[in-house]
Design a protein around this ligand. Structure first.
Ligand code: SAM
Length: 239
């Protein structure tokens, strides 16, 4: 997958392209992340990327033309019919389902806003979709774009070494993940549940599923609404 990021601060994206699971995906060539910086498309000697809003008021907006040209350059970088996504607190909420859906795309363009945002006409003409990572306001779209890159990259085939661990991640099957334990067997007066030491893989699988169901019921009952339970899940929940 190719992802072109439109941002005034491309160096911030090292956080996802150089480290951990996503860094490895970049190294393996499973995802390519390129940058397009509106500042490179300015023509004045101060390389101005912001402008005053019509109607007055506090704050600045991103200057239209450098941003428009940066989006055009991003399209050339990915050389594919790419969905242009503007990260915005006013967008549709980004979640696991959205990450899975976006992972099917050949290419994506992620536009990170700064200042008080972007001219509405640019959104109307250049953007296919607005996405929010939550009901709060960040100072810029870069962190939001990195959240999208990380969550989408995890869904690409070959990125997560151990397939089963991804299948058990929270939200993957519409449930929260079960609790996990590592050594030592006793810690802070608490011991690892016996079943995990039993070596009985079927028992362990059922225990984990029951824990995941119980946790979801307690913490996120909304996830269970409308969920079609398997006979085994019904039995475990009733138990
Ligand atoms: N005035 C805008 C509003 O209230 O809708 C907020 C602008 S914010 C200070 C600057 C940039 O941060 C936005 O253009 C957007 O790209 C990004 N941003 C802020 N909060 C976000 C969120 N919750 N999800 C995604 N992007 C966000």
């Amino acid at each position: 997958m190719q992802i072109a990021v439109v941002s005034l601060f491309p160096e911030m994206f090292d956080a996802v392209t150089a480290y951990g699971v996503t860094g490895r995906a970049v190294k393996l060539g499973l995802v390519r992340v390129s940058h397009s910086n509106p500042r490179d498309f300015t023509v004045d000697k101060h390389r101005t990327v912001d402008d005053r809003p019509y109607g007055g008021g506090p704050g600045m907006l991103m200057k239209i033309d450098p941003l428009r040209q940066a989006i055009a350059a991003a399209k050339e970088q990915v050389r594919a019919q790419a969905r242009v996504v503007y990260l915005s607190p006013q967008g549709q909420r980004f979640d696991h389902r959205k990450a899975v859906e976006m992972a099917q795309e050949e290419a994506l363009i992620l536009v990170a806003g700064r200042y008080e945002g972007v001219d509405e006409r640019l959104i109307e003409t250049e953007v296919d979709e607005e996405l929010s990572i939550g009901d709060y306001v960040l100072s810029g779209g870069e962190l939001a774009a990195m959240v999208v890159i990380d969550a989408v990259t995890r869904q690409l085939p070959g990125v997560l070494g151990h397939g089963a661990s991804a299948e058990e991640d929270s939200y993957v099957n519409g449930l929260l993940d079960c609790p996990h334990y590592t050594r030592p067997e006793a810690f802070a007066g608490r011991v690892v549940p016996d079943v995990l030491l039993s070596g009985d893989h079927e028992k362990i699988r059922r225990w984990r599923l029951k824990q995941a169901l119980g946790r979801t019921y307690e913490r996120r009952p909304d996830l269970l609404q409308g969920r079609v339970m398997t006979p085994e899940e019904q039995e475990l929940l009733a138990d």
